[in-house]
Design a protein around this ligand. Structure first.
Ligand code: NAD
Length: 497
């Protein structure tokens, strides 16, 4: 059985703790790999390697840093297939979706290649006679990243390329459920010439995370995962004096107004709800149908959903793969099983679905729940599976109030032909990312990604300009080169002349 170890100080380091976690192929239910769980001492060794590397990496020229990143970009480009295959083998998502994940991660590496334009700083010349003021941004030191299972390559790439381009060194703790892709990302970075210790990977669970949160040499923590853990990370790491951005879970709503193109809305709802088996933090999990659109929209969603081909992610015919673990599959199924008892109409029930020849895979078919109420479990919890809830609202205002009543505020979308309504929605909805006739509005790399409310703890979004601000701190330098004729003691507060 394959073992995934750690990457510390520029090389693979065998786990010494003697503790391992299982990695399963979700399409077969077989344990294919084990992942070493790091000890506190091994986390300390990774942070020490990153601290050592910081001294030279932070002072290396921008040209030297970006040269490595350009080589890294080329290597990643050449390994798209290999990275995507690792994602599919451990996460289960279909190959085309895994390739899409790699492409979106590469976008951030490309952003990091152009970091020179984002680190230019500002200069005000002659603010007073002979005095100039410059604002510069400098790296923080060792920063840590903790990432979820659902984007095992892309989410780490939301973090470390920007952090290291800014001159920091990095310790990544990927999800223990699908760790192989992140390990390959670190190996390729070394092949691109990234100096030893600049990017380290430690595998494991809470032991590893808790040590990173309290380690005195970790300056900042980026986290992406579920809301309860995001809240924990933010609370503990800030109490230890660290800068933190902790992105949490979501329940993303799609508001469909009566004037919307219902075919386009149904296409979007099916793609965004069931893509990657609903295991996306930007998945649409609640459609809010306004006015009389509901019944026709549900019919159109059903027409499309029943045609989706579910199967192993490495089968090119498959459009949707299995869920990450058996336990998660069962938890998702329980929401569908309990929905009718709480008053929802179960239009599609995917709980009995299986794939012939792969009976031990973590399969679920597509489920569609209609007439869902805001008090039902299927609405109140983040299900994170192929279950779409449809809610009804009488007016735009009712639909908006429903969405704004959610504790989460990651992404949301409006489907309409009315520009005025769309504009109102952009301004009035309480969410960090808004789509207008776009169901999954994940921002491109040069904008930033982040939610509101329980979807983000901390104030800076990830990547884009916010990413650069997060991974750097400001310094303002006031300079004067006095003329030999100037001089004299002056105890007054400096004023401008
Ligand atoms: P998770 O919160 O269970 O795990 C995320 C990371 O935290 C993993 O590395 C895990 O090892 C670690 N972890 C888990 N329990 C911990 C604990 N008690 N103490 C310390 N560390 C712990 O999330 P997941 O199941 O891997 O991923 C799915 C979740 O991530 C969903 O809620 C999804 O919405 C969210 N997510 C959010 C975004 C976003 O951008 N907002 C993006 C992707 C995923």
């Amino acid at each position: 059985m394959k073992t995934v170890h750690h990457w510390i100080g520029g090389k693979a380091v065998e786990g010494a703790s003697g503790t391992f976690g299982p990695v399963t192929d979700p399409a077969t239910g077989e344990r294919t790999t084990r992942v070493a769980f790091v000890s506190v001492e091994e986390v300390d060794a990774a942070v020490a390697a990153a601290k050592d590397a910081f001294a030279t990496w932070a002072t290396s020229s921008l040209a030297a840093r970006t040269a490595v990143l350009f080589r890294y970009r080329a290597l990643l480009d050449g390994h798209r297939e290999e990275i995507a295959r690792l994602i599919t083998a451990e996460h289960g998502k279909v190959h085309s979706d895994a390739l899409g994940e790699v492409a979106r991660g590469l976008e951030i590496v490309e952003l990091a290649c152009g970091i020179t334009t984002q680190l230019k700083g500002e200069l005000s010349s002659q603010v007073s006679s002979g005095v100039d003021v410059a604002s510069i941004r400098q790296p923080l030191g060792v920063v840590a990243g903790i990432t979820p299972f659902n984007f095992p390559a892309m989410v780490p790439m939301w973090m470390f390329p920007v952090a290291i381009a800014c001159g920091n060194t990095f310790v990544l703790k990927p999800s223990e459920k699908d760790p192989s892709a992140a390990f390959l990302l670190a190996e390729l970075a070394a092949e691109a010439g990234l100096p030893a210790g600049v990017l380290n990977v430690v595998n494991g669970d809470k032991v590893a995370v808790d040590r990173l949160l309290e380690h005195p040499d970790v300056a900042a923590v980026s986290f992406v995962g579920s809301t309860p853990i995001a809240r924990h990370i933010h609370t503990v790491a800030t109490a230890h004096g660290k800068r933190v951005q902790a992105l949490g879970g979501a329940k993303n709503h799609m508001l469909v107004l009566p004037d919307a193109d219902l075919d386009a809305a149904a296409d979007a709802a099916v793609s965004a709800a069931y893509g990657s088996a609903g295991e996306r933090c930007m998945a649409i999990s609640a459609v809010v149908a306004v006015g009389a659109t509901g019944d026709e929209l549900v019919r159109k969603i059903v027409d499309r959903a029943v045609k989706i081909k579910i199967g192993p992610g490495d089968d090119p015919a498959s459009e949707m793969g299995p869920l990450i673990t058996k336990a998660h599959r069962d938890k998702v199924a329980s929401y569908v099983e309990g929905a009718a008892g709480q008053g929802a109409q179960v239009v599609l029930d995917g709980t009995g679905f299986t794939v012939e020849g792969h009976e031990n895979g973590h399969w679920l078919g597509l489920s569609l729940l209609d007439h869902v109420g805001t008090d039902m479990d299927a609405y109140r919890d983040e299900i994170f599976g192929p279950v779409l809830c449809v809610l009804r609202a009488d007016t735009y205002e009712d639909g908006l109030a429903l969405i704004n009543g959610s504790p989460w505020g990651n992404g949301t979308a409006i489907f309409t032909r009315d520009g005025g309504a769309a504009r109102r929605f952009q301004l009035e909805v309480h969410a960090g990312m808004v789509g207008v006739n776009v169901p999954i509005p994940v921002p491109v790399g040069y904008h930033s990604f982040g939610g509101w409310k329980d979807s983000l703890f901390g104030d800076l979004h990830i990547y884009g300009n916010d990413g650069v601000r997060f991974y750097t701190r400001g310094k303002v330098v006031t300079t004067r080169w006095p003329d030999p004729s100037d001089g004299g003691v002056d105890l007054g507060f400096p004023s401008h002349k």
